[in-house]
Write a protein that binds this ligand. Structure first.
Ligand SMILES: *[C@@H]1O[C@H](CO)[C@@H](O)[C@H](O)[C@H]1NC(C)=O
Ligand SMILES: *[C@@H]1O[C@H](CO)[C@@H](O)[C@H](O)[C@H]1NC(C)=O
Ligand SMILES: *[C@@H]1O[C@H](CO)[C@@H](O)[C@H](O)[C@H]1NC(C)=O
Ligand SMILES: *[C@@H]1O[C@H](CO)[C@@H](O)[C@H](O)[C@H]1NC(C)=O
Length: 283
């Protein structure tokens, strides 16, 4: 009987202690909707909801590397994790910890949410290639472009391009078509130039995108701007009809002034002459 009471008390006490501990570290919300967004190896982790009364800390876990912390006690809902994903072929997972500012965090495992896995080499999106110059001479259309750069650097400090990282896994495709027509053709290169045979009397438009044929997802990169050549265009095509209308309006105004001004001046002169005569008449 006595033992039962004591046992009951112990139970009550432990329940109470448990409550107290919980009150000191109430169940914090954990992150949801965690997404990786990565272009040319610049990688941002985003999640929800906005914290209120607590903070987030991001831990990046690699399969073969040590866990690294980023954005410690942040009140943001995003974190640039580019510099802890340098080993681009590694597969990473992020833990988004919900932490309070109290020292309790040091002793207790804070609640956290787990992201999907992310392998930069397989998943970063290829950014827009930059077209450097292009010429259409005779039946040859030549296009020169540049590789997008990554945030990662060589030991000498210069930025690595996506080609420095992907090497032979990377190629570029150029889509081209006769201006004002819709039939697209394409060409592929592993260098920085395209040399295409085209109809010398026609204008062509084109754009470029990076491609990693071995990928299953995100195989095609972002598209560059569309550029068009301008061979054999007449001035009207080049500048558009608007310019001609403006020039015509200006011409009409000038001609009108040229006719009207002398008339006005002439009338004024006559009026002046008449006024000058008046006093004489009055005498
Ligand atoms: C998570 O995403 C879903 C769908 O986009 C949205 O309905 C939900 O509100 C998001 N959760 C939070 C906490 O914002
Ligand atoms: C592009 O520019 C470079 C240097 O400015 C020049 O050497 C090259 O011939 C140009 N290529 C084309 C296709 O115009
Ligand atoms: C830095 O090193 C890389 C690779 O070794 C090389 O391609 C690049 O030209 C170098 N850049 C400078 C500015 O020396
Ligand atoms: C990355 O892509 C390559 C080629 O598709 C594949 O062999 C490899 O298993 C992928 N790695 C991961 C972690 O998905």
């Amino acid at each position: 009987m006595l033992r039962a009471v004591a046992g009951g008390r112990a139970l009550l006490l432990s329940a109470l202690l448990c409550r107290l501990a919980a009150a000191d570290n109430p169940e914090l919300p954990t992150a949801v909707n965690i997404t990786w967004s990565s272009i040319n190896f610049k990688t941002i982790l985003r999640w929800q909801p906005k914290p209120s009364g607590y903070f987030y800390t991001v831990e990046i876990l690699g399969k073969t590397s040590d866990t690294k912390k980023k954005c410690i006690r942040t009140e943001e809902t995003e974190c640039d994790v580019t510099d802890v994903l340098k080993n681009v072929k590694e597969t990473y997972t992020a833990h988004i910890l919900s932490v309070t500012s109290s020292r309790m965090d040091n002793f207790e495992e804070p609640p956290y949410a787990v992201s999907e896995e992310f392998t930069p080499y397989n998943q970063t999106v290829l950014g827009k290639p930059e077209i450097q110059n292009y010429t259409q001479k005779g039946s040859k259309l030549n296009v020169v472009f540049q590789d997008p750069l990554t945030p990662y650097t060589f030991p000498n400090g210069s930025f690595q391009s996506i080609r420095d990282i992907f090497q032979h896994d990377l190629e570029y495709r150029l889509y081209y078509w006769k201006d004002q027509s819709s039939g697209k053709k394409d060409a592929t290169t592993k260098s920085h130039t395209f040399e295409l045979s085209v109809d010398s009397s026609k204008n062509y438009c084109f754009y470029i995108q990076g491609i990693i044929p071995s990928r299953r997802e995100n195989r095609n990169g972002q598209e560059s701007v569309v550029l068009c050549t301008s061979v054999g265009r007449n001035i009207l095509d080049e500048y558009g009809a608007e310019v001609f209308i403006i020039i015509a309006v200006i011409a009409i105004v000038v001609i009108t002034l040229a006719i009207v001004l002398p008339v006005i001046l002439c009338k004024r002169k006559k009026a002046k002459a008449a006024r000058e005569k008046e006093p004489l008449n009055g005498v």
